[in-house]
Design a protein around this ligand. Structure first.
Ligand code: NSP
Length: 217
């Protein structure tokens, strides 16, 4: 069985919790309060910037030139989305500033930065995979199950349920499978642990936006 198939099974309960969480349900039916989406957008702007930096570091560290090119292109894509967030989404949703980095975002971006810099590069590739794969699954899930017309969050849904994003996910999964084939059992286990940690952080990221979580002091 492919590493990706085995690993997705380990996070199936986390994914189930994600699609049942209020942030996702309300995004799906268009009732998510604007304030929560604004919070999410601001935090996601920090996230995408640092996600892109981590992808670029992985690109620099990977042995295969083809994988280096893929990761550098992933990094470029994440920065382009980040700019689009500023240029269009921020304006559309009335956000003037992205605010400051809040606790869950802080945890997530530092997890990605330390993994990309210090972990075995195959483990770092596994750490960034949920950022692609979970978003695609959630985007597709919402797209298939939505009933709301004139959903204010439609553009977000279409981004992650779209063909362009699917192409990136297919590539990121294929790279993880090909590098996992050359890893020992113990190394594959570390890849899986990194994937699980990032999946938990994806849940926490949406949950923290729903709760408008901020530093207490
Ligand atoms: C937190 C988070 N994770 C993943 C994605 C999709 N790259 C995102 N925009 N934000």
């Amino acid at each position: 069985m492919k590493w990706t198939d085995k690993t997705w099974k380990t996070i199936a309960p986390i994914y189930q919790k994600i699609i049942e969480m209020p942030f996702i349900k309300e995004l799906q039916n268009g009732t998510l309060p604007l304030e929560k989406f604004q919070f999410y957008m601001g935090q996601d702007s920090f996230y995408l910037e640092n996600f892109a930096r981590s992808l670029a570091v992985i690109g620099a560290r990977t042995e295969s030139v083809d994988h280096a090119l893929d990761f550098i292109r992933f990094a470029e894509g994440a920065i382009v989305v980040e700019k689009a967030l500023h240029d269009s989404y921020f304006q559309e949703f009335g956000l003037t500033s992205r605010g400051k980095i809040e606790p869950t975002t802080h945890h997530y971006i530092h997890f990605l930065k330390s993994s990309s810099a210090l972990d075995q590069v195959e483990v770092a590739m596994a750490a960034v995979l949920p950022c692609f794969w979970i978003y695609q699954e959630v985007g597709n899930y919402i797209y298939k199950n939505q009933q709301a017309e004139n959903n204010p969050y439609q553009k977000w849904i279409d981004t992650y349920a779209g063909d362009e994003f699917e192409g990136l996910v297919i590539k990121a999964k294929a790279i993880c499978d090909s590098v996992a084939d050359n890893c020992t059992e113990a190394q594959q286990q570390k890849m899986t642990e990194a994937f699980i940690a990032a999946s938990r952080l994806e849940f926490m990221f949406w949950n923290s936006a729903y709760r408008l979580e901020s530093w207490e002091v």
